[in-house]
Structure formats: structure tokens, C-alpha cells
Design a protein around this ligand. Structure first.
Ligand SMILES: [Zn+2]
Length: 272
């Protein structure tokens, strides 16, 4: 097509001519022969995003781990410089919540204090006058009686509940799930049964843990109504038990666990 004719058509349609650089949602609109180059930017973009996720996840995990360690752990001071006085429990007879309450009160008056070293003498003993001043005499006296390691020794963190004072992942888990009782453990055994396909176990586990992506949980989905019955909101309980469409499916299926259960039960756990 001649140049003149082309420009006439463009003019008639009132559109601009493509130059090959156009993008739609950040991706190339027109593909040329050198695809590798076209997609290089996409690859870089994805890699960058994955890198971001990794860092985010890692820092989340580290934060969670510190949380667990602080709650169940007890720091014993040597030099005292690595113990964050405001967050890291170092007073053995206090529960974590009590410890934090006291520290929050003290912190408003002594915000510049950072570690136990700030409350210590050069020889690694407690600075009695200062401790009394900060915590008041009754508590201060008790704190000053807490044994310390020799000053040349690094601070250590021990696991309070355990006789051997060692931290294990299991002990950490128990400290954040103290109410995980036997009925739960038999439920987990049932879910992670070797005879059940891993994919199904994962799905049932998500269902029980309340992280199944049903509409009621998806904040960005405005329409919460179940697309099968168009009556009730789509919740995990609804799509697997309450929806009459699901009930019809279960009724004709061989899986007994979901079928015919009409008792009003509140949670997915009860149902299973
Ligand atoms: Zn429904």
C-alpha cells in the first residue's frame, strides 16, 4: 500500500499509525522477530517481584521467630549489650505480658535506655542505684538479685519451659498453640493421612484453618453471593455443606463425610 493511501486511511479513521513500541498493561502490543528481547523486560520484572516476595516472606518469618523466642525465652545477661531491655524478657518470674506492661510504663520515663548494659556497672554487675530508680525499690531489689554471667561472657537466650533450656521448633510451636488439644491432633492425623492425596490434604487443611479463598474472605470481590444458588453468601461452610447445589452433589457421591449432615454446626472443624 502506498504511503499516500495509507495516510489517507489513517486520517479517515482518525487513528495514529503503530510504531511497534506500543504497550498494553505494560506488555508489548506488537511482537517482532526478536522475541527474546521482547520478553527480557518481562523476565526481569518477574524476577524482581519474586525477589521482593522472598525478602518480604523472610522478614516476616524472622519477625515471627523473634516473637516466639521472646515469648517463651529468657535472656541471661553477661555483658548485657545484646539484650533489648524493652522487648526481650530477662526477669524470670514474669509472664511475657506482665514484662511488657512494666517495660511500657518505664520506657516513657527512660526512652534513651536500650540494653541491659545501660543498667550495668563496668564489672558486669547491676547498677543498683539506677535499677532502683527506674523500677522502684521493691522490684529493683529483686531485679538486682537476678544472677548474671561473667562480664566477658556473651548474653544467652534459654527456653524457659524446658528442663534443658534448649529451644526446639516443637517447643516453639507449643508455646504459640498451647490449646492445641488431642481432638485437634487426631483431626490433623486424619487430614494428613498417607492414603489421602497430598492435594486433597492441602485443600482440607486450608478449609479447616480458615484460609480457603471463598468470596466472603476475598476483600476485592464485591459480590459475596454464592454463584451456584445465588441466595446465600459464599462461605466455606456454605459451599461444602449448606448450599443446596452442593448437597445435591454430595447426595449422589460416595464421600460420606460431607453427606446428609443437617445438624446446625458452627465451624468446618465440627463438620469434619
Ligand atoms: Zn449456594
Amino acid at each position: 500500500m502506498g504511503g499516500h493511501q495509507k495516510s489517507n486511511i489513517l486520517k479517515f479513521l482518525n487513528v495514529k499509525e503503530c510504531n511497534g513500541q506500543e504497550r498494553h498493561l505494560g506488555n508489548p502490543f506488537v511482537f517482532k522477530r526478536r522475541r527474546r528481547e521482547e520478553y527480557k523486560f518481562l523476565k526481569e520484572k518477574v524476577l524482581k517481584r519474586i525477589e521482593g516476595w522472598k525478602t518480604k516472606l523472610l522478614s516476616l518469618r524472622v519477625a515471627l521467630l523473634w516473637d516466639v523466642l521472646y515469648k517463651g525465652g529468657l535472656s541471661i545477661a553477661g555483658k548485657g549489650d545484646s539484650i533489648d531491655i524493652w522487648r526481650q524478657p530477662c526477669i524470670p518470674w514474669l509472664e511475657y505480658g506482665e514484662f511488657r506492661d512494666i517495660m511500657e510504663q518505664v520506657k516513657t520515663r527512660y526512652p534513651h535506655m536500650k540494653s541491659i548494659a545501660d543498667f550495668s556497672n563496668d564489672d558486669g554487675s547491676w547498677n543498683t542505684a539506677l535499677v532502683h530508680d527506674v523500677f522502684g525499690v521493691p522490684l529493683g531489689e529483686k531485679i538486682c538479685k537476678i544472677d548474671r554471667l561473667p562480664v566477658e561472657h556473651n548474653d544467652i537466650l534459654v527456653w524457659k519451659e524446658a528442663g534443658d533450656e534448649l529451644f526446639t521448633v516443637k517447643r516453639g510451636f507449643q508455646s504459640i498453640h498451647p490449646t492445641q488439644d488431642n481432638s485437634d491432633s487426631s483431626l490433623w492425623k486424619l487430614i494428613w493421612n498417607q492414603r489421602t492425596h497430598f492435594r486433597h490434604s492441602t485443600n482440607i487443611w486450608r478449609l479447616v484453618s480458615g484460609c480457603f479463598p471463598t468470596r466472603d474472605r476475598l476483600v476485592f470481590v464485591a459480590d459475596k453471593v454464592c454463584p451456584m444458588c445465588d441466595v446465600e453468601n459464599e462461605t466455606a461452610l456454605h459451599i461444602f455443606w449448606e448450599c443446596h447445589c452442593s448437597q445435591a452433589i454430595w447426595f449422589s457421591s460416595p464421600f460420606a463425610c460431607f453427606r446428609g449432615n443437617t445438624l446446625p454446626m458452627a465451624t468446618v472443624k465440627d463438620k469434619l
